[in-house]
Ligand binder design. Structure first.
Ligand code: OGA
Ligand code: MN
Length: 230
């Protein structure tokens, strides 16, 4: 009898890999957001840093992921008709997660400086779509009802091909029946869009699909209610 020995993954050490390989990683993204409200950037992070995130995503066993639901906290419902992905929220409890959140905090500062969005924080989760999973057409925030301002999705999948499905489809801001873009969830690609403005959809994945979805938020804390963190 023998037990299976998994190959040891390199242990990621904080700041051990430069996160960006470009001089001005945010320039095109900021320009797109300013002009059309959404942006898709390839190779947003360095190849090695993206790989470290993929290693982390793949290392999470399904039992440690949640069946994703719709709505937040007490409104939370699992609606299998509308989405079928598994998620795990990202806390700064491991070096690669700390570094990812730091990079997104840098982006948050750039967004605030250049576009005056007043973004207060960022929440994100790993998402795993197994074969057959999808997320039907939806919007991440309803006007005035949510503090989610800007949605981000970083894709982590090597060698995604025609026929693998799982594309992100973005619809027109003024007429959500019109498709404005369709994107493979390919490794290193980052999609960003205004949460209240763009309906979008994940087509049925024909193979396992990994990503990190996140939201930049404004602070809705008032004198009597504390803004929940998730
Ligand atoms: C979401 C979402 C899109 C994607 O998690 O809200 O729309 O491409 N994800 O994974
Ligand atoms: Mn969404």
């Amino acid at each position: 009898m023998f037990t299976e020995v998994l190959p040891a993954k390199r242990l990621y050490v904080e700041n051990s890999i430069p996160a960006f390989s470009r001089e001005e990683p945010f320039a095109n993204l900021l320009m797109d957001l300013q002009t059309k409200g959404w942006s898709v950037q390839d190779d947003f992070f360095s190849t090695d840093f993206t790989q470290a995130l993929m290693d982390e995503a793949e290392s999470i066993q399904n039992v440690f992921m949640l069946q994703a639901g719709v709505g937040r906290k007490q409104d939370h419902q699992i609606v299998l008709d509308s989405r079928r992905d598994y998620i795990q929220w990202i806390d700064p409890d491991k070096p690669v997660r700390v570094d990812f959140l730091k990079m997104m905090a840098d982006l948050r500062v750039a967004l605030n400086r250049r576009l005056f969005l007043g973004l207060f924080d960022y929440e994100a989760h790993f998402a795993r779509y197994e074969e057959g999973a999808f997320y039907e057409k939806h919007i991440d925030a309803f006007k005035g009802e949510s503090n989610r301002i800007l949605s981000t999705v970083l894709y982590l999948n090597e060698g995604w091909q025609d026929g693998d499905g799982g594309e992100l489809v973005i619809y027109d801001e003024n007429d959500p029946s019109i498709e404005v873009g369709r994107f493979f969830p390919k490794k290193g690609r980052l999609a960003v869009f205004l949460s209240e403005c763009f309906y979008h959809e994940v087509m049925v994945a024909k193979r396992t699909r990994h990503s990190i979805a996140g939201w930049f938020r404004v602070n809705n804390t008032t004198g009597s209610t504390l803004d929940p963190d998730q």
